[in-house]
Design a protein around this ligand. Sequence first.
Ligand code: GTP
Length: 598
Amino acid sequence: MEQQYIRNFCIIAHIDHGKSTLADRLLESTSTIGLRDMKQQILDSLDLERERGITIKLVPVKMNYTAKDGREYVLNLIDTPGHVDFGYEVSRSLAACEGALLVVDATQGVEAQTLANAYMAVDQGLEILPVINKIDLPSSRPEYVIREIEDVVGLDCDHVILASAKEGKGIDDILERVVEKVPAPLGDREAPLQAMIFDSVYDNYKGVICYIRVVNGRIRPGQTIRFMATGGVFPVEEVGVFRPGFQPCDELAAGEVGYVVSNIKTVAEAHTGDTITDNGRPAASPLPGYRKVKPVVFCGFYPVERDDYPQLRDALEKLTLNDSSINFEPETSVALGFGFRCGFLGLLHMDVSKERLRREFGVELVATAPNVVYEVVTKDGGLIEAHRPSDFPEIGEIQEVREPVIKISLFVPTEYVGKVMKLCQDKRGTYVSMDYLAPDRVRLVYELPLAEFIIDFHDKLKSQTRGYASLDYEFIGLKAADLVRVDVLVSGEAADAFSFICHRDSAYYRGQAAVRKLKELIPSQLFEVPIQASVGKKVIVRQNVKALRKDVLAKCYGGDITRKRKLLEKQKEGKKRMKQIGKVSIPQEAFLAFLQVE
Ligand code: GTP
């Protein structure tokens, strides 16, 4: 296909504004998929995606469209995820396109990710076509939303398209507008090959499949290619296009979007964002714009049955074949045995990965509470990357602790502004700015410690604004904070598995909660068991698990009071001795109940 008849575009939107439904309509309307094969949200291929109604992995598809000018065009559509954790996937798909449909819900208006995604598209220099969706709903307010797009996003809405993905309204207008407005790809087909990998998946039969956008040159089976970042050299076995399944073809040339299979064993060898070139006639430089993602939220995954460790490792390996943004390394815990410390892009990403391990690989696992990575500067000038509380040095040796901080933008109806500001302050947020997007909507910007954000920020925000607030965040770096390690001691011995890091001001409150919870979980022993929380050497909270007491007076009917007393004294003595030598065995269930997050 000649480049002038190719259009590469994507759909960007806030979550639930109707991207996937709109994509379905486009596929139908271009007869890419027969009505018979149409199931709802065909591009959301993971079961989990359909169930949760969210897009997690992006899926490209090629459509043929005969425009009103009578010519046939190839439209490559890349559906993108809308959730904040998957922003990186959005940026990848944007880099493969020349245009973007910005879908905005006519009842909701511009939300946090509408803006974040639109800015990303502007940065990449894409032609943005605003589409107002869901105009079939009685509560839709297209006029109002148009003003919002113009004022808040700063896009010209003269040619805005009013659509209803549900009823199929406006779909033809969208296709025509894409042909008319989205620029055809440029690129020299005779130049050395440069193709950008925007995603890669693992297939049991084909191995790693790289999704590529050819920017210059051509790629065909038999050619030997080189991955410019990793240096790997492979023969091309197959190239093809997305229909939306894989359909082999003879060649992909500059401007085209498709896939390449080349006997690569792991996704790690095919980095998203890397440039593929011809090994014999390499390009002078790789394509720009590649950003390596770094996980920011960590947690431990442990098999429920200890024997399942090898299965869990296999499953994680396979999962990372498909999602290279996850990383993991072996870890052992006194409490939970052998497991893995895994890093994710965010909480939802963690949740989804856990669920996928369970469903796709049948692994039952225990996930520990998520945490972040701290940087500890010691008094002797050392720098420690602390992944877990036990990595923290003694309190006297610490010069400074730094924690990851995010900048969070919240779109909130005015009536909830007070509550949201309080929530942010409670979470140690620092106010940055507030502006009115409309008379009844405000954008609040705060800087917030990531550690506080991942505890329960989302849930609290949702419940306090009845689901009317939306948010977007970006990682901005590390900042010093007054953080301490709270140790939990059971019967005077530090139980590593229970210690945690928190701000000094909340150490008492969090320590109390932990001690109380443990008190319920540890069964009574023959002697009294103190449970304490301490910062450094200082105990800040203490509670006792009462001792089991044998009724030593049972056999002593009547009789002298001194005799009873004697028996009791003897018991007390015995208990004291026992306490010195007795070790508290904390049952596995207690560890699980304490460490596991639902
Ligand atoms: P993510 O993939 O999670 O980012 O969401 P999405 O933007 O792809 O939204 P999706 O297509 O899953 O649609 C969200 C909900 O809105 C679904 O329940 C759709 O049925 C509904 N919906 C989509 N378009 C329309 C529309 O034009 N009118 C009405 N009434 N409902 C719509």
